[in-house]
Design a protein around this ligand. Structure first.
Ligand code: AMP
Length: 128
């Protein structure tokens, strides 16, 4: 797959400890931290530690251990932040902006976990 990972992206710098972050959870293959410009009362970014550009890159090339670890970490972040509907929370949205049409800014795969307020429609209609 023709993905080229830029190791100077800001999340790579966070993973190397060059930039601070507010860690929510760290596991063997995954880091979750608070978004620096939160769009909701809960806004956590979950990222793999491996060099994956975007979700499809991760889904196709990460090891099973990385994928399981990441997925379990997402569940744990939802538990830690109290957004799980099954546990009395009010729900959340998971977003993986990808590429140009997805308006991805940071080229290291990250899943946004947003919650703590009603989040509105999934996709705006303004630009068709
Ligand atoms: P995206 O448009 O999906 O690539 O989103 C990138 C996200 O990274 C945005 O929500 C930013 O607020 C967030 N972000 C950028 N720099 C940092 C940082 N140093 N620490 C935490 N979040 C960041």
């Amino acid at each position: 797959m023709p993905y080229s990972y830029d190791d100077q992206n800001i999340f790579a710098k966070i993973l190397r400890g060059e930039i601070p972050n507010k860690t929510v959870l760290e596991t063997a293959h995954t880091l979750a931290f608070e978004d620096i410009q939160p769009q909701a009362p809960v806004h956590v970014l979950v990222i793999p530690k491996g060099p994956y550009v975007c979700y499809d890159h991760f889904a196709q090339e990460a090891s099973e251990a990385e994928i399981v670890d990441f997925t379990r970490a997402v569940g744990e972040v939802c538990r830690l932040t109290g957004v799980q509907p099954g546990e009395g929370g009010e729900g959340f949205r998971a977003i993986a902006n990808t590429g140009a049409h997805g308006v991805q800014e940071v080229p290291h795969f990250h899943l946004h976990i947003l919650g703590g307020r009603v989040l509105g429609r999934m996709v705006g209609r303004a630009q068709g």
